[in-house]
Ligand binder design. Sequence first.
Ligand SMILES: Nc1ccn([C@@H]2O[C@H](COP(=O)(O)OP(=O)(O)OP(=O)(O)O)[C@@H](O)[C@H]2O)c(=O)n1
Ligand SMILES: C[C@](O)(CO)[C@H](O)COP(=O)(O)O
Length: 235
Amino acid sequence: MMGKLGVVIVAAGKGSRMRTAESKQYLPLGGKPILVHTLETWNRLEEVDSIVLVVGENDLSRCQAYIEQYGLVKVRQVIMGGEERQASVHAGLRTFSEDYEWVMVHDGVRPFVRPEQVRACLRQAMESGGAVLAVPVKDTIKVADSDGWIQSTPDRRSLWAIQTPQAFRLSSLKQAYEQAEKEGFLGTDDAMLAERIGLKVRVVEGSYENIKITTPEDLPWAEDLMRRSRERDNR
Ligand SMILES: Nc1ccn([C@@H]2O[C@H](COP(=O)(O)OP(=O)(O)OP(=O)(O)O)[C@@H](O)[C@H]2O)c(=O)n1
Ligand SMILES: C[C@](O)(CO)[C@H](O)COP(=O)(O)O
């Protein structure tokens, strides 16, 4: 039998690349804030025991209100995040006691993750200790120096664009986060911290639709994905 699964949804970013007055996670998409779509997906998953939502200091009360309004019963705590994504995830991890065996971390601004992809990621983590959703890179990637001179062209067959969720044994991920904090290491995803303490992490092929809503051109794309996902679910 599987031990308890906790989920950390991080939504404490400022969304500076979106350049909107309202932080991007609260922008409306198909009639609801982007973050609410994400929370609804996780709230519906049977495998999830509880969710901690990490948000900005000024957004605590509106997020508490969303929990009531949208019936997000698995969100057991709304807490304040930190300056960087890493600090926000760490704050979320600290809320889970040893009763929890597994944890999944997900970006609040990835509302299109599908339940079957979450389950595939979790299944792989339970086999290997850690797993992340990812998609094969479609472009040729170059490494260039600060003057723009190309240094190398990595073999595309080994390159993956990393997404969330990222799933781990809770005790291992906590250890990875503690170690990174102690050593002043800042990473851009959760797996990076796990990798540096020697944990094995596998990629699980997800979908190109699991976008992170980041820049203004992502908004019309997100509207289109929402319309198509609703059509698919109503079929
Ligand atoms: N201090 C931070 C920074 C980011 N995040 C969350 O991490 C996810 C991925 O981050 P990103 O898309 O980079 O969001 P922002 O940091 O808000 O965007 P930007 O870098 O454009 O400011 C988002 O759900 C964001 O809210 C967070 O919880 N705490
Ligand atoms: C974790 C992540 O979503 C993986 O793609 C991403 O690295 C976090 O967002 P950022 O744009 O790198 O801050």
